[in-house]
Design a protein around this ligand. Structure first.
Ligand SMILES: Nc1nc2c(c(=O)[nH]1)N[C@H]1C(S)=C(S)[C@@H](COP(=O)(O)OP(=O)(O)OC[C@H]3O[C@@H](n4cnc5c(=O)[nH]c(N)nc54)[C@H](O)[C@@H]3O)O[C@H]1N2
Ligand SMILES: Nc1nc2c(c(=O)[nH]1)N[C@H]1C(S)=C(S)[C@@H](COP(=O)(O)OP(=O)(O)OC[C@H]3O[C@@H](n4cnc5c(=O)[nH]c(N)nc54)[C@H](O)[C@@H]3O)O[C@H]1N2
Ligand SMILES: [Mo]
Length: 828
């Protein structure tokens, strides 16, 4: 059976010729009729996805977001995972307190009433992915060497299903072999204790770890002696946290779902909400129905900025009645958001000459610092510069400003389109500047609202995953736990990759996530991983990071969020914090995928005890009853007082105090601080394009469900680059043509991807877009923002040109892993 699957996964690409052709879409007239040639040698147009031999196509998508397309897709996923009944029951329990489990998908908050049914297509896909009936058993590992598995697609790896028992890499047979939990813990402990310094280990986490597990994770790392705690936030919202902290004194948004429900204007910047935060569609549809204005700021006109039929709204579904979800679309230049915000501030100041009320002078005087300087800076910035940098006309900018000044209450939200840029911190601070001018903070229906990614990425930070912890955090934590945390800052994601390559990191522990795929500079990251002495992956499914490993390697399988966690005969719950600072308890309901799985908390405690045999931390006792972890957390963490009681409050737990919401600003001046930066130049050089790497509709970060991207009209193709038609014409490129993409890194090194297909798309001239994680091979390790240390995943400087035939022969050598059409080196 495994053999069968394998063959399907690494099929002979020439079979594609036999597949029947899709109905001719609008753009297909000039598409070559021969079968698509594989990009990156051997794995095909599906990139890291399924890569089957279906013909690709692309056409415009005209239907409302969510709606029947989503319902159909959910049905298909349930059937594919053979979970139609259990899947449906799980859907009905998801996000339903008091006994439901928190959706392990995105961090969008629960409905204020807790009980209303608000599901989304991608949440359901995510849950079903975890609940699959498929299992990766020891026989599977015995039958396939790691070298062989390396040639499989990422899709095929995860498609083996849930991991079932601890496995350890055996170099002699080049396979993973079973290991007992006790031996696995001992290997981790012994290796860590043998290091010259605790700083030779790095402890990564992806943002889905519960608050309780997070707390134990950082406790283990710090008691052991290091602040090397990189996380996915380093690639995600680091810029938001830093900016909000500088401007408002605390690193989180202030708006909650209630505020979204009361705002007169919602600004949605740099997020593909219909795919990545689908439950936002409900808020947008409701906002439109009550007459609020919705402004989308995005170089691409994404599905959420058209219309939606909210899938749980069965009446609307039945009547095919859609709701508008946009009043204005601004196709900003990539990285031009700061200029847009400043342009809106300038229009606001101009308007204040005829209508003084558009600026909240009283709020500015009482609660802010630096406004006069900001006013001067804005007045001195010429309109022409703002227009050029924003890529928008003065008229369009002023129109957005008029929506803003006519609204009594505004919320501004943003995601990766704003943060994964060189000037991400400055841009978020400019968003806050604009909010402050009208007192849009600490009032109902107002505030900044970063749209977070992983379901508990915000909680991870709150509970201590931070390579730069503050004394404010460490002092009470040390006092409550009796440990002495190191004070020296640790390594983040990019610096961990550097240190691995330099031989400075010997042990890499990963609680969830898929580091080699998610991180920038794929080849360099892989090389670093292979240099380590030990890699430890606590995971639910097989992924690339298990195959690209250290000299020794462990795969430790854990319970998923949907599964029952029983310790000492009693069911345990864990908590998470959503993007709007609400903390609630989550109970898995399902029988675990295997009797050998352990909870993340139990695995952490096992590794910690083996590392720190003399530790006075009651690791074993914490595992027996998670209330004990919450008790110590209530003493260690500001805002978690009386944690055990408050987390069980119905319907949705409690909100962590966010002082800025009460207009208390913990900045050095005690006021909200205006930021004053020069307008950055974000215009690409001649012949250059700014490439952003983003998600398709059918993927969860490094997990790719299918090779299609419904709302962008793409079927069966991931190795693509979207370009403006004008840029295509300038380069003599035609729809569907094969191209090479070359990125020049900040340090002058050059990386390229070959045999990608160019697709015409409505985005600003000078910009391009394609999919992560395939395109991570183009992100040099040195390409990170000096403000946030975030990799510039939306801001790569590239050239795109027709693929040269001569290169093709060697690119299509069969069996080459995806991305081997990649070349990198010092060609500058
Ligand atoms: N189904 C699903 N849901 C997810 C995820 C998933 O993979 N799948 N991932 C989760 C995670 S970890 C995260 S962080 C979030 C990510 O959610 P998103 O931020 O929506 O993620 P991306 O797909 O990277 O899309 C980035 C968006 O920013 C736009 N953009 C690019 N450059 C600019 C710019 O310069 N300015 C502006 N204004 N916009 C720009 C792009 O066109 C695109 O719409 O989603 C979370 N939710
Ligand atoms: N080029 C480019 N690269 C990017 C981005 C981009 O926009 N462009 N976005 C970045 C962002 S925002 C993020 S957040 C990162 C994502 O980076 P990661 O968080 O590292 O990656 P994921 O794909 O979310 O991790 C998937 C793996 O998590 C494991 N897993 C799933 N559920 C559980 C669980 O309950 N417990 C445990 N222990 N493991 C589990 C499974 O084994 C699965 O294979 O990628 C970043 N990389
Ligand atoms: Mo993220």
């Amino acid at each position: 059976m495994d053999q069968e699957r394998h063959e399907q996964a690494t099929h002979d690409p020439t079979h594609q010729a036999r597949e029947s052709v899709e109905p001719a879409p609008e753009h297909r007239s000039d598409v070559p009729s021969q079968p698509p040639v594989n990009a990156d040698g051997g794995q095909g147009q599906g990139g890291y996805g399924k890569g089957d031999d279906k013909q690709w196509s692309q056409q415009d998508y005209h239907h409302p977001a969510a709606a029947w397309g989503a319902a159909k897709s959910v049905g298909e996923v349930l059937i594919r995972e053979r979970e139609p009944i259990r899947g449906t029951i799980a859907m009905l329990q998801m996000n339903q307190p008091p006994k439901g489990f928190d959706c392990p998908g995105c961090a969008w908050p629960d409905d204020e009433h807790g009980l209303k049914l608000d599901l989304c297509e991608n949440g359901v896909k995510h849950v079903t992915w975890e609940m699959t009936h498929k299992r990766t058993l020891r026989d599977f590992f015995a039958a396939h060497t790691v070298s062989e598995l390396e040639s499989w697609t990422d899709f095929a790896l995860e498609d083996q299903g849930r991991l079932t028992e601890p496995m350890s890499y055996d170099p002699e047979s080049d396979t993973y072999v079973p290991i007992s939990w006790a031996e696995a813990f001992a290997l981790v402990g012994d290796t860590l204790r043998s290091l010259d310094s605790p700083d030779q280990a790095s402890f990564y986490t992806s943002g889905r770890l519960s608050n309780e597990a997070t707390f134990l994770y950082q406790l283990w790392a710090r008691e052991y002696g290091t602040n090397n705690l990189p996380d996915c936030s380093n690639m995600c919202h680091e810029a938001s946290g830093r900016a909000l902290k500088q401007s408002l004194g605390t690193g989180k948004g202030t708006a909650d779902l209630d505020d979204w429900g009361k705002a007169d204007a919602l600004f949605v910047m740099g997020v593909n909400a219909a795919s990545n935060a689908p439950r936002m569609l409900t808020s947008l549809a409701e906002a439109h129905k009550r007459g609020a204005q919705i402004v989308h700021v995005n170089p691409m006109v994404e599905a959420a900025s058209r219309s939606t039929i909210v899938p749980h709204d069965f009446l609307d579904m039945g009547l095919n009645r859609k709701t508008q979800t946009s009043s204005l679309d601004l196709q900003v230049r990539p990285g031009g958001d700061l200029a847009l915000m400043r342009g809106m501030a300038k229009a606001l100041l101009e308007r204040s000459a005829v209508d003084a009320t558009v600026i909240d002078e009283q709020f500015l005087a009482e609660h802010t610092s630096g406004f006069d300087d900001y006013r001067r800076l804005v007045e001195e910035t010429p309109w022409e510069d703002l227009e050029t940098q924003a890529g928008l006309s003065r008229h369009a900018i002023t129109k957005a400003a008029s929506v803003y000044w006519q609204a009594d209450r505004s919320v501004i939200s943003w995601c990766l389109g704003v943060t994964q840029h060189e000037h991400g911190v400055s841009t978020v601070r400019e968003i806050v500047n604009l909010l402050l001018m009208r007192g849009n903070i600490g009032r109902d229906g107002t505030g900044p609202s970063p749209v977070r990614g992983h379901s508990n990425v915000q909680g991870n930070r709150t509970c201590g995953i931070d390579h730069r912890p503050t004394e404010e955090f460490l002092a009470p934590m040390d006092a409550a736990t009796g440990i002495t945390s190191p004070r020296e800052h640790g390594l983040d994601t990019v610096q961990t990759i550097r240190a691995m390559n330099n031989g400075d990191i010997k042990v890499f522990v990963s609680l969830g996530g898929n580091f080699v795929r998610a991180a920038p500079d794929t080849r360099y990251t892989e090389a670093g991983m292979r240099k380590t002495d030990l890699t430890v992956q606590v995971s639910t499914k097989l992924n690339r990071s298990h195959l690209v490993h250290g000299r020794r390697a462990l795969i430790l399988p854990c319970l998923g969020r949907t599964e029952k966690d029983v310790q000492k005969g009693s069911e345990q719950g864990v908590s998470v914090e959503d993007a709007m600072s609400m903390v609630h308890i989550s109970h898995g309901r399902k029988k675990p995928a295997s009797p050998h799985l352990r909870s993340e908390i139990a695995i952490l405690a096992g590794m910690a005890r083996a590392t720190l045999p003399e530790s006075s931390t009651p690791w074993e006792s914490y595992v027996e009853d998670y209330d004990r972890i919450r008790d110590v957390m209530s003493r260690a963490l500001v805002g978690f007082e009386d944690f055990n009681r408050r987390v069980r409050q119905e319907p949705v737990g409690f909100r962590i105090a966010q002082p800025a919401r009460e207009r208390v600003f913990k900045t050095p001046t005690g006021a909200a601080e205006f930021s004053l930066v020069d307008l950055p130049d974000v215009v690409p050089g001649p012949g250059e394009l700014i490439l952003q790497t983003m998600r398709s509709h059918d993927q969860w970060n490094t997990t790719i469900y299918s090779d299609s991207d419904r709302y962008r009209g793409v079927k069966n193709l991931r190795t693509l680059v979207f370009m403006n038609e004008v840029d295509m014409r300038e380069r003599g490129l035609e729809q569907g043509q094969l191209v090479d993409i070359t990125a020049t890194s900040k340090d002058g090194t050059v990386r390229s991807l070959e045999n990608y297909r160019v697709i015409a798309y409505d985005l600003p001239a000078g910009s391009a877009a394609g999919y992560m994680p395939e395109m991570n091979v183009l992100v040099g390790w040195a390409d990170y923002s000096i403000q946030s240390d975030q990799p510039l995943m939306k801001n790569l400087r590239v050239r795109v040109e027709a693929h040269e035939e001569a290169d093709r022969a060697h690119e299509n050598a069969p069996g080459r892993p995806p991305g081997s059409g990649v070349s990198s080196g010092l060609r500058s």
